[in-house]
Design a protein around this ligand. Structure first.
Ligand SMILES: CC(C)(COP(=O)(O)OP(=O)(O)OC[C@H]1O[C@@H](n2cnc3c(N)ncnc32)[C@H](O)[C@@H]1OP(=O)(O)O)[C@@H](O)C(=O)NCCC(=O)NCCS
Length: 166
């Protein structure tokens, strides 16, 4: 299956929201409190917010989508946090399309964007108990470096920080 990865357009917004919301529920049910899952979805994956981010990405490289014909199979994006430091901000594959290389294609494309801007290393945060996420990033050469307070949520849990050289 050929999976082009391209910058998202407005017509992809609803599918990005669906995939990220489904992905959150599928990945974190039993790992995180239901309330945190639903609060995060309500904050980050509304049509209004994602439409704005697609229109004018601010402080990152913007949403990418992996496509098969016109179907969105996965979505994600990253950017630089310092001159030579890249970060994966978000990466979700449609639960029905997992383990077919879609996540790897998205990661490859955002990594190319970051390398082109001068990144020599790349970081990502994941929920410590997200074993699939851990396995995915390890497969791509990331190593666990430590933990830090999770971004953008009201809980006091930590995120696992992983890093690889580019
Ligand atoms: C993590 C995620 C993006 C991976 O996407 P994917 O398209 O399913 O992954 P790929 O098919 O590209 O897999 C690449 C490698 O990752 C590892 N991997 C992927 N899914 C795995 C699983 N269920 N169990 C163990 N290892 C897995 C494997 O090493 C795999 O290589 P292999 O298939 O040759 O063994 C996807 O599972 C997802 O959307 N998860 C929910 C969201 C999330 O956790 N995102 C990461 C935090 S930002």
């Amino acid at each position: 299956m050929t999976v082009p990865v391209v910058p998202a357009q407005q017509r992809h917004v609803d599918e990005i929201c669906r995939i990220c919301s489904d992905g959150w529920r599928e990945t974190y049910t039993r790992l995180l409190p239901d309330e945190e899952i639903e609060t995060t979805i309500d904050e980050f994956y509304t049509t209004e917010r994602v439409a704005k981010e697609v229109r004018s990405p601010d402080g990152w490289d913007g949403w990418l989508v992996a496509l098969h014909d016109e179907d969105v199979l996965g979505a994600g994006g990253g950017g630089l946090t310092e001159l030579t430091v890249g970060e994966v901000f978000v990466l979700y594959v449609d639960p029905a399309e997992k383990r077919k290389g879609v996540g790897s294609r998205l990661l490859e494309t955002m990594t190319a964007q970051q390398r082109n801007k001068g990144a020599t290393e790349q970081w990502v945060s994941i929920v410590p108990s997200n074993e699939i996420g851990k396995s995915f990033y390890r497969k791509h050469g990331f190593e666990v470096v430590g933990e830090r307070e999770a971004y953008g949520d009201s809980s006091d849990r930590n995120s696992l920080r992983l890093r690889r050289s580019l």
